[in-house]
Design a protein around this ligand. Structure first.
Ligand code: 13P
Ligand code: SF4
Length: 371
């Protein structure tokens, strides 16, 4: 295996992918999330965290977007795609258990009861790790999508407008952002993820709450414990410990810093040769940056993997690209794993994604794609 993950058997597949990419030229773009396998990252046109992928994906002019990431990411690209642009995902089974922890129907019920409780409209601020129905509900209610790189900015935006916020599905990103903004505990209200009645857990006074948190989680980041940090400090004194904010609050508090995958990548990339990093996020990403920055010590806080991200392989990427070439030569041949979103859902979901980009970047950048 080489540094970019190319085992000898993979080289042939990589070459075939490169050849098709060359033939399609600017008609194809292949984005990849930071958690993708090293051999996929090596072939990608751009890599990033989920915010960067959404923003750059929305600006892409290509006819085909082959999205190397999990389904909610490819779906977001399809929601923001221009008319006629096609988004394909090499393995549609690549899901995200956290995104499955909230659905629009349950959220609508809870939002209606929160509206009554607050005597005003509660704004949904929905994590990117959610599916199109949830994003559409968010858009319909005048809310926005957020990612770990901008949750603080979006929450601040809605609080400044005096609006209470319902945040989901990731409880940890919500509570870690609330702590970063120094929101008083009495203003935070946890909403139970209860399949039958979507009940409220009264661990704060609902009349005073400004932030309602759904209690979804990421099993990959749940595995990190404060004890892992204590052990890492003992074993590698002087290391900088950086974790993803999907980790438990106690882990984020015990770490030296936290941030999105892009922020983690940049922190290590701008570190000094000889510096030492302990990273609490998906382990294949940590091993990839360790290989890229060989003059620094980069270790995972714990070996915790996202098997959904790993479902994207050279084999299924190649199959997707081959289907594009067949489709180009004979239109009757279907594209493999085309991502499709109902128009009624898509336009509301696009409004929520564009609201995020407008708040983060300013309205001038929200061009292209469809409304
Ligand atoms: P980022 O937006 O930081 O890339 O996070 C996406 C994700 O799914 C982390 O588990
Ligand atoms: Fe979902 Fe967690 Fe995998 Fe991210 S790491 S895609 S939140 S399961």
């Amino acid at each position: 295996m080489t540094a970019n993950g190319n085992a000898p058997g993979n080289q042939d597949l990589s070459q075939q992918i490169r050849a098709i990419k060359q033939r399609l030229g600017s008609r194809l773009v292949m984005p990849a999330h930071h958690y993708q396998r090293a051999e996929i990252v090596a072939l990608a046109d751009f890599i990033g965290d989920s915010y960067r992928l959404a923003k750059e994906g929305a600006a892409a002019q290509a006819d085909y977007i082959v999205f190397c990431g999990v389904r909610f990411m490819a779906e977001s690209a399809a929601i923001l795609a221009r008319p006629g642009q096609k988004v394909l995902i090499p393995d549609p089974v690549a899901g995200c258990p956290m995104a499955d922890m909230i659905e629009a129907e349950a959220a609508e019920t809870i939002l209606q009861s929160l509206d009554k409780l607050c005597g005003q409209t509660v704004i949904p601020l929905t994590y990117m790790n959610s599916y199109a129905d949830m994003k559409a509900l968010t858009g319909r209610r005048g809310g926005a999508i957020c990612t770990s790189s901008n949750a603080a900015k979006l929450l601040t935006h809605y609080f400044a407008a005096g609006q209470p916020v319902f945040f989901g599905p990731d409880y940890n990103l919500g509570i870690n952002t609330a702590r970063q903004l120094k929101l008083p505990a009495a203003e935070i209200f946890r909403v139970a993820r209860d399949g039958s009645r979507h009940g409220l857990v009264l661990d704060a006074d609902p009349a005073k709450a400004r932030l309602y948190l759904w209690d979804g989680f990421c099993h990959v980041h749940k595995r990190f414990k404060p004890e892992d940090i204590a052990a890492a400090r003992q074993r590698h004194p002087g290391s900088h410990i950086i974790v993803h904010p999907e980790s438990d609050e106690a882990v984020v508090q015990a770490a030296d810093s936290s941030g999105s995958t892009e922020a983690i990548y940049k922190a290590v990339a701008t570190g000094q040769p000889g510096s030492s990093w302990i990273v609490g996020t998906e382990a294949s990403f940590v091993h990839r940056i360790a290989a890229e920055f060989g003059d620094r010590l980069v270790l995972p806080l714990r070996e915790s993997y996202c098997f959904n991200m790993a479902r994207i392989t050279l084999d299924n990427v190649l199959a997707c690209l081959q289907s594009i070439e067949s489709h180009e030569s004979t239109a009757a041949k279907p594209l493999l794993h085309l991502v499709q979103v109902d128009e009624a859902i898509r336009s509301d979901a696009a409004a929520a994604l564009k609201a995020m980009i407008a708040i983060v970047e300013g309205p001038a950048l929200v061009q292209g794609g469809r409304s």
